[in-house]
Structures are given as C-alpha cells and as structure tokens.
Design a protein around this ligand. Structure first.
Ligand code: CAA
Length: 240
C-alpha cells in the first residue's frame, strides 16, 4: 500500500511541486492549504491530489485534520512541514503581530504537525519528516528577524526530534531552500530582488522542482541513515 504523505501548504509554490513529486514517487499525497481556496481547488483538479483546509499554525485544527486523514487513509508516514509566510519589515517597523504570525505559522506548525503524527510513525517503525527551512534561517536576512528566527528554530527542532526518532525508524531532516521563483519571492521589491539574484553563483532563482527533488530524496524508503541533516538547495548562494 502506498505510504501516506502530508504536505502543508502543499497546493501552491514549492509545496505544490513537492506534492506532485511525492505523487510521482508513488506516495498517497494529501496537500493542506490555509486560505487560497481557488488555487487549492485548481491544483486538485489538475493533479487529482486530495486537498484539506486547515491552519497549520493552529494546534487544535492540526490535530483534528491529522485525525481525519488517518481515519480515511491510515497513519501519516511522511510529513513535509512546508507551510510558511513572510511578514517582512526592519525591526523598527515590525509589529508584535508580524512576529507572532510568522513564528506561529512557520515554527509553531512544525510542532503542531509533528506532535500529531510522531507517535503514529513510531508505532509503524517508519517515518519521514522534512522541515522546509530557508537560507535566511542560516545566513540571516535584513527585514526578516521573524522569518529568520522561525527558520533557524526549525533547524534546532529538526536536530532535537531526529535524536528522538532515530531508534524508532523515524528520520527528521531540514531542507533549506535559497531564493526560489514563487509568489513569496516575487513579493520582494524588484530592485532588492535583482541585487539578491546577483549574489547567486548559479545565476538564477531556484525552481520549485529543484526543491521537490530534495524532498523525494530525503523521504525515500531507503533514506534510513539520513537524519538530523540539513540539505541546502540554493544555487551556491550560501555554503553552510
Ligand atoms: N542590509 C542591511 N540593511 C538593510 C538592507 C540590507 N539588505 N535592506 C534594507 N536595509 C535597511 C536600510 O539601509 C534602511 O536602514 P536605515 O533606515 O538605517 O537607512 C532600512 O533597512 C529601511 O530600508 P528600506 O528603505 O528598504 O525600507 P523598507 O521598510 O521599504 O523595506 C525591507 C525594508 C522590508 C527589508 C525590504 O528591503 C525588503 O523587502 N527586503 C527583502 C527582504 C527579503 O529578502 N525577504 C525574503 C522574502 S522571500 C523568502 O523569505 C523565501 C526564502 O526563504 C528565501
């Protein structure tokens, strides 16, 4: 039977490419989304991938959604914590709300979904968790103390949970993308983005598929010895 995979934020951008790549790899994929219903339905129509709506930053909603998925398909064995938002501003202009929203959505979701799925993975003696970090959690980015802190937090979370999961066959890894051609990156002011692209040795933005192939690699059945690691896919922009 196909292993069940949940990709949060899995209907757009990097998440959509991850959902499609896991489907291609023979997984039974469920893609979650929080707000953009029209985009999620279009993605479902085009791919046939099941979509579920919940806010991954909300603990109760996450537990309920995972319970529903498990009741329909069996326990989730592959979890990709991809849901993420930006609320960019320099510290002086950043409000407490902008901080909370990004920490809750990007880092809090990681806790919520791992909490909801980890025991099931342990019981099956098999689990693959991939947390989608960022180059900006590794290197820092002006205008992103919230986002950089959340993504760096995901790195520590990954290493801690990797230690807990290892003896149970559950691997936990961080994939840190660089600047990828998505709506999120296109929201960066054009002149700023141009300067950022100039610092990428590969000379271009990443494609969502560049990231998805890393997730397929880390979630493979035979990727059993890869845990607690960080896979950077950033065109050489930051070598860590
Ligand atoms: N380094 C140092 N300081 C910087 C800076 C930088 N790269 N960019 C801006 N600043 C400073 C400016 O010098 C200025 O400082 P002073 O007031 O002391 O002169 C201050 O920040 C304000 O700068 P702006 O005039 O640009 O003001 P702004 O408020 O309009 O915009 C910004 C600031 C929000 C940081 C904007 O420049 C921006 O959006 N930058 C891009 C941030 C970014 O890369 N976000 C990534 C989004 S994609 C993503 O996150 C995905 C992923 O994982 C890679």
């Amino acid at each position: 039977m196909a292993r069940v995979a949940l990709v949060t934020g899995g209907t757009r951008g990097i998440g959509a490419a991850i959902s499609l790549a896991l489907q291609q790899a023979g997984r039974l994929v469920v893609a979650s989304y929080a707000g953009n219903t029209a985009a999620a339905e279009a993605f479902h129509k085009q791919s046939g991938i099941e979509i579920v709506k919940f806010n991954a930053g909300n603990y109760e909603e996450s537990l309920a959604a995972v319970g529903d998925i498990a009741a329909r398909h069996g326990a989730i064995e592959i979890l990709v914590n991809n849901a993420g938002i930006t609320r960019d501003a320099t510290l002086g202009k950043m409000t407490r709300e902008m901080w909370d929203e990004v920490i809750d959505t990007n880092l809090g979701s990681c806790f919520n979904l791992c909490k909801a799925t980890f025991d099931g993975m342990k019981a099956k003696k098999f689990g693959r968790i991939v947390n989608i970090g960022s180059i900006n959690g590794q290197a820092g980015q002006a205008g992103q103390v919230n986002y950089s802190a959340a993504k760096a937090g995901m790195q520590g979370f990954t290493k801690a949970l990797a230690r807990e999961g290892a003896r149970h066959g559950v691997t936990v890894n961080l994939l840190a993308p660089g600047y990828v051609d998505t709506d999120m990156v296109r929201a960066v002011p054009a002149d700023v983005l141009e300067k950022i692209i100039a610092t990428i040795p590969r000379g271009r933005l990443g494609k969502a598929e560049d990231i998805a192939r890393g997730v397929v690699f880390l979630t493979a059945d035979d990727a059993d010895f890869i845990t607690g690691s960080t896979l950077s896919i950033n065109g050489g922009q930051h070598m860590y």
